[in-house]
Design a protein around this ligand. Structure first.
Ligand code: GTP
Ligand code: ZN
Length: 206
């Protein structure tokens, strides 16, 4: 059985372009299925609008971590870099409704000091968020891509998110936050470094 968390990474060439006419037909059908009249004036443009919205919300399917981790510098900086409270919006693959929260992303650069621009860490979060997702996979994909592409010595990724499928429907538990973490390399083996990263993450005010 395939592990639902570790779906194989597809290269964007293997992902077909977003099929707008097909999505529009599906939305028209969904409106009809819910008992609405897709031909009433207020809904006439809705299928095209929803298709455009979903194209945007799933644009990460057509991007890779390599696309955004392009700018790397050799600064000779060997110490931890951590960006906290990166806002994220993703879409739960079980219900296709949003989950939203923050990601904290930290890494220990390679011995060569290969680092990336700070904004690229936030872009990386977007690449993996803008897909049908589960929070566990989102967390590990961010961590694994940093290890691989930056050849980081260690990585920590913590995501805190609220799932609207648990808030606006189903168990209806507003405010419940799910916390996931992925720890790699020296962050795993060096307890002091991991403790430092976790203390920095916890020192947030949000
Ligand atoms: N592990 C994990 N579960 C998730 C995530 N997003 C949503 N879920 C859960 O996926 C599960 C799907 O459960 P099902 O029983 O198949 O679906 P359901 O009948 O709609 O479940 P309820 O939400 O309990 O009403 C639910 O428990 C959701 O809370 C995620 O990112 N990670
Ligand atoms: Zn869900």
């Amino acid at each position: 059985m395939t592990d639902p968390v570790t779906v194989p990474e597809r290269s964007p060439e293997d992902v077909p372009d977003f099929d707008h006419p097909r999505a529009e037909a599906a939305i028209r059908e969904l409106l009809a299925a819910m008992g609405e009249d897709p031909t009433r004036e207020g809904l006439l443009d809705t299928p095209a609008r929803v298709a455009r919205a979903y194209a945007e919300l799933t644009q990460g399917l057509r991007q890779t971590a390599h696309d955004v981790l392009t700018t790397t510098f050799d600064l000779g900086h060997n110490e931890m870099v951590l960006v906290r409270d990166i806002e994220l919006w993703s879409m739960c693959e079980h219900h296709l409704v949003p989950f939203t929260g923050v990601a904290h992303v930290g890494y220990i650069p390679a011995v060569t000091g290969k680092i990336t621009g700070l904004s690229k860490l936030a872009r990386l979060v977007d690449v993996y968020s803008k897909r049908p997702q589960v929070q566990e996979r989102l967390t590990t994909q961010i961590a694994d891509s940093l290890m691989e592409i930056l050849e980081a010595r260690g990585v920590v990724v913590v995501i805190e998110a609220e799932h609207l499928c648990m808030t606006m429907r189903g168990v209806k538990k507003a405010g419940a936050r799910t916390i996931t973490s992925a720890v790699r390399g020296t962050m795993l083996t060096d307890q002091a470094t991991r403790a430092e990263a976790m203390a920095l993450i916890r020192s947030g005010t949000r």
